[in-house]
Ligand binder design. Structure first.
Ligand code: ZN
Length: 177
């Protein structure tokens, strides 16, 4: 209610930043992220994979896949592991010059991490209507009240990314996973 009154005084809500187009490197890294997601599924984890690469050189700095069950860690999301690995690789927590590629729209925790790590570009595949915090439920990385906003590219290989998840949950329901 407060927000409604606030915005009615200022006029319409600010428009979201336009989503960019994937580069060839983004696409190649999404192939890698999909393979990582497959590795997660193979050990019974929800299949999400992530890669952090240096935007200018396309050098991979960190990667990860969901390991919540294996690590008994609610924070062991693919993005968090990839971002942490990249920061260790370069010896710096600031990732302005890096791109995070992930198969699924980041959750509130990981979207917050993108902002905190100053990730320069965020590229993701499938939208997550249940927990996505980059567009679906919240738009944390493009929120102008925060001190960093990455360039965002959405929907890269969305079909393949979503298919991995759908297949995983179908097998889980059938007791095959
Ligand atoms: Zn997450």
């Amino acid at each position: 209610m407060r927000g409604g009154v606030f915005y009615s005084r200022l006029g319409p809500l600010p428009r979201p930043r336009p989503a960019g187009e994937p580069t060839a490197a983004d696409d190649a890294m999404m192939t890698r992220a999909l393979a990582l997601a497959g590795a997660a599924a193979a050990i019974g984890e929800v299949p999400v994979g992530a890669v952090v690469y240096e935007t200018a050189s396309a050098r991979v700095l960190g990667e990860g896949f969901n390991r919540r069950e294996a690590d008994h860690d609610p924070a062991a999301h693919a993005e968090l592991l990839a971002v942490r690995a990249a920061s260790q690789t370069i010896g710096d927590w600031r990732l302005n010059h890096c791109t995070l590629v992930v198969t699924l729209e980041p959750c509130a925790m990981c979207a917050g991490l993108v902002v905190n790590a100053r990730v320069g570009r965020l590229v993701y595949g499938a939208n997550d209507p249940k927990a996505g915090a980059c567009e679906s439920l919240y738009a944390i990385p493009s929120d102008s009240r925060l001190n960093h906003r990455p360039q965002i590219v959405r929907g890269v290989r969305a079909e393949a990314c979503g298919d991995l998840l759908r297949t995983f949950f179908r097998q889980l329901r059938r007791g095959e996973a």
